[in-house]
Ligand binder design. Structure first.
Ligand SMILES: NC(=O)c1ccc[n+]([C@@H]2O[C@H](COP(=O)([O-])OP(=O)(O)OC[C@H]3O[C@@H](n4cnc5c(N)ncnc54)[C@H](OP(=O)(O)O)[C@@H]3O)[C@@H](O)[C@H]2O)c1
Length: 225
């Protein structure tokens, strides 16, 4: 039995990670923002933790609630897309910028020093759910500019977490889940959550082929930064 933490577990990709890990018999900690989601996750068999990643006292609360837990896997999944209209021709408002960058970047910077040490005792894996849209090498169009920019920054945070924590036994992965049918991915996306999470769990479980510091998609292909 592994101990697994899923940050941003209420729906979509995070919820499917919870479903699969509970089904595998793992001890799962799952974060939520609403009471309805707490009940849903509890009824699925997860240990629930209230966390709005924008709220510093929630992040501090996470630290003491998980104090002493030895995590095998932590999945940092919470994220927002922001305005669908963002391109190089249409810049975001202050409010749009703050919402996306605080959720996808600042919150992750604040979570790393809380979550990464929990993985040290079991030499576990810290997996950041990023996106191929955050690959500068693969940037062929400017739609989703704000989201892409936030995921580029997330990728740097993940790489820096690798530089500091791999020496302390923590394996750090940056993952692209594919284009997935969720609220964010929309109904026309290429794959369902089961295929995405089946694939990412295979990558997370295979520390021989998928080394710390890498950027991989759900099929295990390496992605250029
Ligand atoms: N779907 C895709 O095609 C795709 C592709 C590439 C990467 N991704 C990435 O995969 C991750 C999950 O995406 P998804 O498709 O599952 O999106 P989703 O269905 O929109 O779900 C987003 C999740 O993030 C949580 N979240 C957002 N803001 C939060 C906050 N301030 N505090 C705590 N939790 C917060 C949401 O919680 P609430 O329910 O409380 O809002 C929800 O659990 C994201 O990081 C996304 O960028 C998705």
């Amino acid at each position: 039995m592994k101990t697994v933490l899923v940050i941003g577990a209420s729906r979509g990709i995070g919820l499917e990670f919870v479903r699969q890990h509970v089904a595998a018999g793992d001890k799962v900690f799952a974060t939520h923002r609403t009471e309805d989601d707490r009940i849903k996750l509890r009824d699925m068999g997860a240990n629930t933790l209230k966390l709005d990643v924008m709220n510093v006292s929630d992040i501090a609360g996470l630290a003491w609630q998980l104090d002493g837990e030895k995590m095998d896997v932590a999945i940092v999944n919470a994220g927002v897309y922001g305005p669908r209209t963002s391109t190089v021709l249409q810049s975001p408002t202050d409010e749009e910028f703050d919402n996306v960058m605080r959720t996808n970047v600042l919150a992750i910077m604040r979570l790393v020093p809380i979550v990464a040490p929990l993985l040290e005792p079991a030499r576990g894996t810290l997996a950041f759910i990023s996106s191929k849209m955050g690959s500068i090498s693969n940037a062929w169009a400017s739609y989703g500019m704000l989201y892409r920019t936030s995921k580029v920054a997330l990728n740097m945070v993940a790489k820096l977490a690798h530089t500091d924590f791999s020496a302390r036994g923590v394996r750090v992965l940056t993952l692209h889940p594919g284009w997935v049918r969720t609220d964010m991915g929309g109904p026309n996306a290429e794959i369902d959550v089961k295929e995405s999470i089946d694939g990412m769990r295979r990558v997370i479980a295979d520390d021989t082929n998928f080394a710390s510091g890498g950027f991989y998609d759900f099929r295990g292909a390496s992605i250029d930064w």
